[in-house]
Design a protein around this ligand. Structure first.
Ligand SMILES: Nc1nc2c(c(=O)[nH]1)N[C@H]1C(S)=C(S)[C@@H](COP(=O)(O)O)O[C@H]1N2
Ligand SMILES: [Mo]
Length: 200
């Protein structure tokens, strides 16, 4: 097994090229009306709002990570750059007792992650891929990457996050996909969920 093969979770393969997949149309970025909101169980009880210029001022960091789609292709060695979730947590702190985060995109797409997945060191609010602004079809201007979970949790065109005191399913999690989505455990479908892995 070579080094790249050992980085492939079970059942995955490396395709030729880099597929682009999403549900629905590519939204247009309008910098004047674009905002990023943090709502739900915030510490202050208030919603936090960042305009594009405000969001752009947050410090940036890099993450090198592979990317695994549940349809079985993997994209290896993506160089993401963007804002760490730690910056968001500092600027818009969650209340005590937040267990999950719902990540919301344009057009109502969403994905829920455990708070521990949200704060994992490889999770990022990415603005650049491979030294260029993320392309419109890959999520410009802002995309979350949660590379240690199946890629439907890596929400493109992110517009808000919601702090949750109790777990709730997102778009694909409501449509038969696994609530946790760990590719190393092949958590593809909701029928595989064990007690405690889904919302009550
Ligand atoms: N907003 C949004 N984000 C999304 C999706 C989507 O339909 N809408 N699809 C997800 C799925 S299933 C995958 S595999 C990846 C694909 O990312 P890519 O187009 O950069 O390869 O985006 C994820 N993020
Ligand atoms: Mo996917």
């Amino acid at each position: 097994m070579n080094e790249e093969e050992s980085r492939l979770p079970p059942g995955q393969y490396v395709p030729r090229g880099r597929p682009v997949i999403h549900y629905g149309r590519v939204p247009q970025f309008k910098p004047d009306s674009w905002d990023f909101r943090v709502f739900g169980a915030t510490k202050s009880g208030e919603m936090h709002r960042f305009s594009w210029p405000e969001f752009e001022k947050l410090p940036r960091t890099g993450v090198l990570a592979d990317f695994h789609c549940v349809t079985k292709f993997s994209i290896m060695g993506n160089e993401w750059r963007g804002v760490s979730p730690q910056e968001i947590l500092a600027a818009a702190p969650p209340a005590d007792g937040v267990t999950h985060v719902m990540i919301w995109a344009e057009y109502g797409y969403s994905a829920n992650v455990r708070f521990s997945d949200f704060t994992a060191p490889e999770t990022l609010f990415a603005t650049e891929l491979d030294d260029k602004p993320i392309s419109p079809d890959r999520g410009f201007p802002l995309r979350v990457v949660v590379p240690h979970l199946y890629a439907w949790k890596s929400v493109k065109w992110v517009r808000s996050i919601e702090y949750l005191l109790e777990d709730r399913r997102g778009f694909w999690e409501e449509r038969g996909y696994h609530n946790v989505a760990d590719p190393w455990r092949e958590q593809r479908y909701s029928y595989q969920e064990e007690p405690g892995e889904g919302p009550p």
